[in-house]
Design a protein around this ligand. Sequence first.
Ligand SMILES: NC(=O)c1ccc[n+]([C@@H]2O[C@H](COP(=O)([O-])OP(=O)(O)OC[C@H]3O[C@@H](n4cnc5c(N)ncnc54)[C@H](O)[C@@H]3O)[C@@H](O)[C@H]2O)c1
Length: 289
Amino acid sequence: MATPLRDMPVVISHCGLRAIDPEGGKLVSAKQICISENIMTQKTALVTGAARGIGLATTHLFVEQGWRVAMVDRDGDELANVAKGINEASPFVCDVSQADQVDQMVADVRTTFGRIDAVVNNAGVADFGPIEETDFARWRRVMETNLDGVFLVSQACIPSLRETRGALLNIASISGLRASTLRVAYGTSKAAVIHLTKQQAAELGEYGIRANCVCPGPVRTKLAMAVHTQEIIDAYHDAIPLNRYGTENEIAEVITFLCSDKASYVTGQIVASDGGFDSTGVGLPALRT
Ligand SMILES: NC(=O)c1ccc[n+]([C@@H]2O[C@H](COP(=O)([O-])OP(=O)(O)OC[C@H]3O[C@@H](n4cnc5c(N)ncnc54)[C@H](O)[C@@H]3O)[C@@H](O)[C@H]2O)c1
């Protein structure tokens, strides 16, 4: 393995500060040293489901805040397409529900970026249907991404997060906080993610790893629009004190805050970014003036 720049002896030559690469005896310039040092210290976030929606908005916001991002998604075409335009990000094609793919992906991210400071478990699928029509295959399809994926990616990243005393951030949903019709698989998977977050916080805190969970309210992404009829949209507007859907960026702001050092004493928390939906009881629309 090549000697890291920071371990090379430094000399002042006739052309300024230089490091000597013991492998090849080559002189390396101060500018190269600075660039390499920056790469070694710049924080890296791994974001799953990054090809679109909330994951893509989160990628953009991390980059704006000076992070590099490993963009993970199983939709290789869409991922390659969006990642092209983002300088500080690299795409990694991976189905988070497949343990072997997850292990390979995390190894590849380590090779590319050298470190992982935050993991955003955002990849998710929605499938709404009545309990009696949810056969086991349908149930498993939801669970394997929404729950198994969070478990697998988090577990594979623990050694890296121990090194950086980094953060896990899991995306659940208001459907994991409050039960509703048609969400036996989706809502149950998200409730499990909420509890998994608390387990992670309890067990990994001693390594300095924080684990938090964001529960978005409705956002007009491809996932939501595939399952929200006009009736559902109207019902949400009525039940949300802020009286509107959220935006991808509003969710991303909460995610990046919880991953940042600004939240260094926050762990095991479930934060709803939902326009007030979770905190509100029945009867609100009737009580509006
Ligand atoms: N949009 C909403 O209203 C809403 C509300 C609450 C929670 N959420 C949650 O937010 C997260 C992001 O949702 P979104 O609305 O941005 O959805 P989206 O469909 O726009 O994006 C999800 C991305 O995840 C990827 N993905 C799905 N399964 C995967 C797998 N097994 N492996 C790798 N990638 C996979 C998809 O290819 C897609 O790019 C999900 O966990 C979702 O449950 C969304």
